[in-house]
Design a protein around this ligand. Sequence first.
Ligand code: IPE
Ligand code: IPE
Ligand code: MG
Length: 247
Amino acid sequence: MDEMNIPASVAIIMDGNGRWAKKRGLPRSFGHKEGCKALEALIPEAGRIGIKYLTVYAFSTENWKRSQEEVSALMDLFRYYAGRLLKKAEENNVRITFIGDRTRFPEDIVASIEKLETKTSGNTGLRFVVAANYGGRDEIRRAAVRFAEAYAAGNIPEECISDGTGRFPEGELTEAGFASFLDTAGIPDPDLIIRTSGELRLSNFLTWQSAYSEIVITDRLWPDFNAEELLRCIEEYNGRNRRFGGV
Ligand code: IPE
Ligand code: IPE
Ligand code: MG
């Protein structure tokens, strides 16, 4: 581990909970519960390894298509784990941030998300980012709306426009300027994206931010993921040659 280059920003598509349960003849919700346990155990380990930003895909904008039973089991799990998560974050100096459109969640969940963010906002260790009701396209769409509203109100930060006027057509919108309207403003793009359960796709995760991320796929199902497997994924990442379009 001493010689390894630890990526500062790591994102994980936590997939395979349903298959984990199915293999054991259990309802899908059992897999989600085990998945929550795996995540809870991983948070302090990620900080210890030296990761600065850990983003996890917890619920996508497409996951509402699942049965009402499964969706409400996921909401109840969140309700249960929110308290544990706050305790974990406080013990480990972790700052929690949510990305995604939280307005679609029930009111008590929105309140709980706000509480997790506010109570941990002063923590200076790992930044733990939870993508909930998150979709990359939806995030870009909402960012475009925010930009348009800010522009109409004359509130575009000057640094967003190339010539510092904050206006068109004098200057043009920069990439960094647009990114400041995304949910991930202030969070560096992931160096490494890990997907569990062997699926070879991003499923609408960090569409803008993943432009130059390295992707590591592991066959492990999410409930079986742990710090050891995280280090193995980082080792694989260390074998990559990141060129960013150069040579
Ligand atoms: C990931 O596991 C958790 C969520 C999407 C909420 P899945 O529930 O997608 O598990 P599989 O892919 O069906 O095995
Ligand atoms: C992606 O997994 C979403 C999360 C892990 C929260 P899915 O299981 O929803 O993705 P698909 O449907 O296999 O692409
Ligand atoms: Mg899945």
